[in-house]
Design a protein around this ligand. Sequence first.
Ligand code: SF4
Length: 354
Amino acid sequence: MLIAEVMLQQTQLQVVLPYWQRWLAALPSLAALAAAEEHDVLMLWQGLGYYSRARRLHQASRLLLAGPSASESPNQSLDAVVAPGSDGAERWPRSLEGWQALPGLGRSTAASILSSAFDAPAAILDGNVKRVLARLIASPRPPARELARFWQLSELLLDPQRPRAFNQALMDLGASVCTPRSPRCGACPWRGHCPAYAAGDPARFPVKDAPRTVPYQVIGVGVVLDGDGRVLIDQRLNEGLLGGLWEFPGGKQEQGEAIAATISRELDEELAIEVAVGEELIVIEHAYSHKRLRFVVHLCTWLAGEPQPLASQQVRWVRPAELADYPFPAANASIIAALLERLDASALAADPEP
Ligand code: SF4
């Protein structure tokens, strides 16, 4: 439940499902998650993005196992609910504040856990619910600009006698009937009370702010090989969007700088090594919500300097076949595939079959 809620914070159910199944097969209990190495947790999360959530989930599992949250208020109205009895669950938080005190859990996720696991009367406000509510009031402003109002509305609608069933029905309505682009209003029980439907264009809601232009950056990346066929990777610092993941070293191109010079400079600044920048391996475009990146990746030959983790947690020389054992950001999967293909082609050229 906790795992599914955190995974669903960022991604749709169809995408999450195989990750969730793989996760539960590997870590079937809270105790198993708490005992796992962070490396293994990140490997299981690989491909879902927002890796800080995986790390916070890992931390949360250890706090949950450790006992009642110190920040949980004993006076909350939800405290009377009964927790299920596994994984020390009888000691789990019974209030919104208790769950929200855990790393990475916001109000809606906390409320969803409370209502689903304990049938507690806690209103939710995830993306699906925001969309349904925006249509039910034909809100002229984006939900993010009226969060207090949307929370009030969700609380007002909640059936306090059947919170679990109500919240589940509300989420299901958003996911399967009141869908983003083509809501099936003919199948909706709220059709007669919905101003967005009455206005004839429900997909117009929720209204959005005008799109802002996102910055565009070019990143020079070096896939550095030593004379022994090993490749150099580094582990990012724990802060930020991709914290704790492994990557090929590189950095931002400066204005007027040739990409080979960028790679050479970045590897010197971040790893204190000297390389010969060779041919281009691959170019990848990758869009995040807040920026667009173009990775220009070159093969490099290591010349001198013992690699130092000057801007990372650690650096490591690994065999190309071992790259699959490390969690990488999604954009790096294409780099790894291109590298393996290139190495295969080189091996074939060097040793053609008779
Ligand atoms: S009537 Fe249509 S727009 Fe309104 S809540 Fe139902 S599915 Fe959504």
